[in-house]
Write a protein that binds this ligand. Structure first.
Ligand code: XMP
Length: 250
């Protein structure tokens, strides 16, 4: 194992398996960079990676993103751009190039683009030592309606669930990780059995969305992605510390 997966394994062996979803929803655009760097410094001991969503990345310029990514790396954190990328090949390639130029370690992509584009994305990212994580089943309440759709696989003619097709496309494309919500532990177990150690499982949806951290880890999640439960708690540092402890014990 090398590249992004190996860096995540190294970071989490020291810092636990919590990823901070730095969703600064109420922060003024002018303060986004400062507040993100202050979160990295305050919480960096208790999390192994930082995830930045589209709404945080969009208003920031390249210099600010580089400063944020450098600050995270200095604290020993990996950084993930959660843009749920899903486009034609050349657009995907340009998006990757811009993200890597800004210092990110990995991108979250949507497998609906199809297995050929996905494989191309993974090859390109791995050439630069970067990672790709794909959506398999999201965590929000409406996720089951979309990801649970019964579809007819156009290649095999088999009827199956959309998330199961995304799972196959993801691991056969060599992605570093897949996203399965902590709110669907039965799908985490299913995915873990199917992928074995071929890729990591990232689970958002802990706490605020109703997912249980321990249940997700026991079902086979490698990492928990946590936002509001930490950011909106009375004491974010001790909440992150408790989650970190739990992740090291599970
Ligand atoms: P909370 O505040 O609910 O935030 O802890 C969860 C974070 O995870 C993101 N999220 C996802 N990201 N695939 C993703 O790539 C998903 O299935 C998914 N579900 C939630 C969400 O945007 C937030 O940053």
């Amino acid at each position: 194992m090398n590249g992004f997966r190996a860096r995540m394994a190294r970071a989490s062996s020291r810092k636990g398996r919590i990823i901070l979803a730095n969703d600064l929803d109420d922060v003024d655009v002018k303060s986004l960079k400062k507040k993100t760097i202050s979160n990295i410094r305050a919480l960096g001991r208790n999390v192994c990676a930082l995830k930045l969503n589209f709404h945080v990345i969009l208003p920031l310029d390249k210099g600010s993103l580089l400063a944020i990514n450098r600050s995270a790396h200095k604290e020993g954190l990996q950084t993930i751009a959660d843009i749920k990328l899903n486009d034609i090949g050349n657009t995907n390639m340009m998006a990757l190039r811009r993200l890597w130029d800004c210092g990110f370690d990995a991108v979250i992509a949507n497998p609906i683009m199809g297995p050929e584009n996905l494989a191309e994305l993974v090859t390109s990212a791995h050439r630069k030592g970067r990672g790709v994580i794909t959506l398999v089943h999201m965590s929000h309440p409406g996720a089951k309606i979309g990801y649970g759709l019964e579809i007819k696989d156009p290649r095999s003619g088999r009827t199956r669930k959309l998330h199961d097709l995304f799972l196959d496309w993801s691991y056969s494309s060599g992605v570093d990780g897949i996203v399965v919500g902590a709110t669907v532990p039965e799908i985490i177990s299913y995915a873990r059995k199917k992928v074995g150690d071929r890729c990591d499982i990232y689970s958002p949806g802990v706490g605020t969305q109703g997912g249980d951290a321990k249940a997700a880890l026991e079902a086979g999640s490698s990492y928990l992605i946590v936002g509001r439960t930490i950011l909106r708690s009375k004491n974010p540092v001790s909440t992150a510390e408790n989650l970190r402890q739990l992740s090291l014990e599970s």
